[in-house]
Design a protein around this ligand. Structure first.
Ligand code: LLP
Length: 424
C-alpha cells in the first residue's frame, strides 16, 4: 500500500499533484511520501512487536536526512556502513545508542568516529578488523562494544551482486571460525564482545534462507554459551524483499511472514534482537519522476527517451531490476497498450529502464513515473555524462519540500582543477 494515486486523471503523491512539483522543481526528481514511509516502518515494527527488537534502518537504502529523521521520530535506529552515513544518522537525530556500524573496510578514522560518538555497536567483519578496533579503542582509552558478523554460508537465492552470506562473499567471519574469534575477543582489553550479527543478502523473496541462517545463529549462540561465553545481542540484518511488479503483491513475503520466521527461530534464544531493514522501509515510499524528451519510432521498436538516465537510477542496468513505469496522466481504461523501450539520454545501451514494456501511448513532454525507487535510487545516483544530481522532494499531506537541492552542473565542473603546466 502506498500513497501515489491517480486523482482526476493525474498522479498525486498524497495530496500533491506530481505535475505541480515537476513544474516548480524541474525534472527529473525523486519524490518521497511521508505517509508511505511511516506506514512501512509501522507495519514492519508492528510485525516484530513483542520480540525485544531494535529496528535499525539501513541508511544506505536512502540516506536523505528528511527520510532518516522521519524514521527517527518513529523510534528507528540506524545501520550505517561508513563514517559519512554515521554522521548523517547522528545529524538527522538518531540517538547514538541506536546506531550499529557494519561494513567490511572500516578505517581507523571511522572506528575513532564510531567510538567517540558512543554508538551501540560495531559489527566486526574480519579478524584483522577486530585487532584494529582493539588497538584503536585501547589508544583512545576506551572499550568498543562489538558483535562478530558471522558468514553463515547460506545462499540467499537473490541476485549475485547483492548476495552476502556465502563463503565466497567478502562479508563476515566464516561461521566455523567464530567460536575461536569470539573467545579471543573476550580477552581483548579494548573490546567488549556483546554478540553476533549477520546479513545474508538483499531483496530476498524466499524466507527459507532466513530460516536457515537464523537457525544457524541460534545454534551458535547456544554453543558460545556452552563454552561459558556471554551473548547478549543478535543482529540479524536486513534483506526482506519487496514487490516491484505490483500487479502481483504476492511476489514478496509479508513482514508478518518474515516475523514468523524470526519468532520460530529466535524467540527462545534470550537475546536482544537488532534488525537492519532498508528496502522494506524505503523502497515503496519513493518514485522517480521524469519527462519524455522524445518519442522515437524505430522500424523495430518505439523508444521513449526520458530525461532521467542510468546515472539517476542505476538499478535496471546494474541488477537487471524491474521498476514499474506509469504515466503521470492516467490512461483511459480501454487505452491501447503498445510495446515501448524506456531509455535515458546517456551514451550507453545499458541506459535502459525497460524493454518491450506494454504501456499506454505517451507523448513528448509527458511525465513518466518509475515506481518503488525510494531505496537504492538517489543514493546510487552519480554525475556520469556530466549530468546534475537530481533533487529529492518530500511530500507530507498537501505540503512538499525540496529535501536535496539539485547539484548543478556549474558546481560539478568547478570541482575540477587544471594544472598550471597545461596553460599557455
Ligand atoms: N544490513 C547490511 C549489513 C547490508 O549490507 C544491507 C544492504 C542491509 C542491512 C539492508 O538490506 P535491505 O533490507 O535493504 O535488503 N543496491 C542494491 C542493494 C544493496 C544492498 C546492500 N546491503 C539494490 O539496489 O538492489
Amino acid at each position: 500500500m502506498d500513497h501515489f494515486t491517480y486523482k482526476n486523471g493525474h498522479l498525486f503523491a498524497e495530496d500533491v499533484a506530481l505535475s505541480e512539483i515537476a513544474e516548480n522543481v524541474g525534472t527529473p526528481f525523486y519524490a518521497y511520501s511521508t505517509a508511505t514511509l511511516t506506514r512501512h516502518y509501522n507495519v514492519f515494527a508492528d510485525a516484530l512487536n513483542e520480540l525485544n527488537a531494535l529496528i535499525c534502518f539501513a541508511v544506505k537504502a536512502n540516506s536523505n536526512q528528511a527520510v532518516i529523521k522521519t524514521l527517527a521520530n518513529l523510534g528507528a535506529g540506524a545501520d550505517v556502513v561508513s563514517g559519512g552515513e554515521l554522521m548523517r544518522a547522528l545529524k538527522a537525530g538518531i540517538p547514538a545508542h541506536k546506531i550499529v556500524f557494519s561494513g567490511v573496510g572500516k578505517t581507523d578514522d571511522e572506528i575513532q568516529l564510531a567510538l567517540s560518538s558512543g554508538i551501540k555497536q560495531i559489527n566486526v567483519e574480519s579478524e584483522p578488523e577486530l585487532d584494529r578496533i582493539n588497538l584503536v579503542a585501547t589508544d583512545m582509552g576506551t572499550v568498543a562494544n562489538v558483535t562478530l558478523r558471522v558468514n553463515p554460508d547460506v545462499d540467499a537465492k537473490t541476485h549475485e551482486k547483492i548476495s552476502t552470506g556465502k563463503l565466497e562473499n567478502k562479508f563476515g567471519i566464516e561461521w566455523t571460525r567464530v567460536g575461536d574469534v569470539y573467545q579471543r575477543a573476550t580477552d581483548m582489553a579494548g573490546v567488549n564482545i556483546r554478540g553476533l550479527s549477520m546479513h545474508i543478502g538483499s531483496q530476498l523473496l524466499d524466507l527459507q534462507p532466513f530460516h536457515d541462517a537464523y537457525t544457524r545463529a541460534a545454534d551458535m549462540v547456544a554453543e558460545l554459551r556452552n563454552a561459558g561465553l556471554s551473548v547478549e545481542v543478535l543482529d540479524i540484518g536486513g534483506g526482506l524483499g519487496i514487490p516491484y511488479f505490483e500487479d502481483n503483491e504476492t511476489e514478496a513475503p509479508t513482514p508478518e511472514a518474515y516475523a514468523q520466521v524470526v519468532r520460530e527461530t529466535l524467540s527462545d534464544v534470550g537475546v536482544e534482537l537488532v534488525l537492519e531493514p532498508g528496502r522494506m522501509i524505503a523502497g515503496n515510499s519513493g518514485i522517480l519522476v521524469s519527462r519524455v524528451i522524445y518519442v522515437k519510432e524505430g522500424s523495430t521498436r518505439t523508444f521513449l527517451i526520458a530525461d532521467a538516465g542510468m546515472n539517476d537510477l542505476i538499478r535496471p542496468t546494474l541488477y537487471s531490476a524491474f521498476h514499474k513505469i506509469i504515466p503521470e496522466k492516467e490512461p483511459a481504461q480501454d487505452a491501447e497498450l503498445i510495446d515501448v523501450d524506456v531509455v535515458g539520454p546517456i551514451c550507453e545501451t545499458g541506459d535502459t529502464f525497460a524493454k518491450g514494456r506494454k504501456m499506454a501511448k505517451v507523448e513528448a513532454g509527458d511525465l513518466l513515473v518509475m515506481r518503488t525507487a525510494g531505496a537504492y535510487g538517489a543514493v546510487q545516483s552519480n554525475t556520469y555524462n556530466t549530468r546534475a544530481l537530481i533533487p529529492e522532494v518530500m511530500v507530507n499531506g498537501d505540503k512538499y519540500v525540496i529535501v536535496r537541492e539539485r547539484v548543478c552542473i556549474d558546481d560539478i565542473i568547478a570541482l575540477d582543477r587544471v594544472p598550471d603546466w597545461l596553460d599557455g
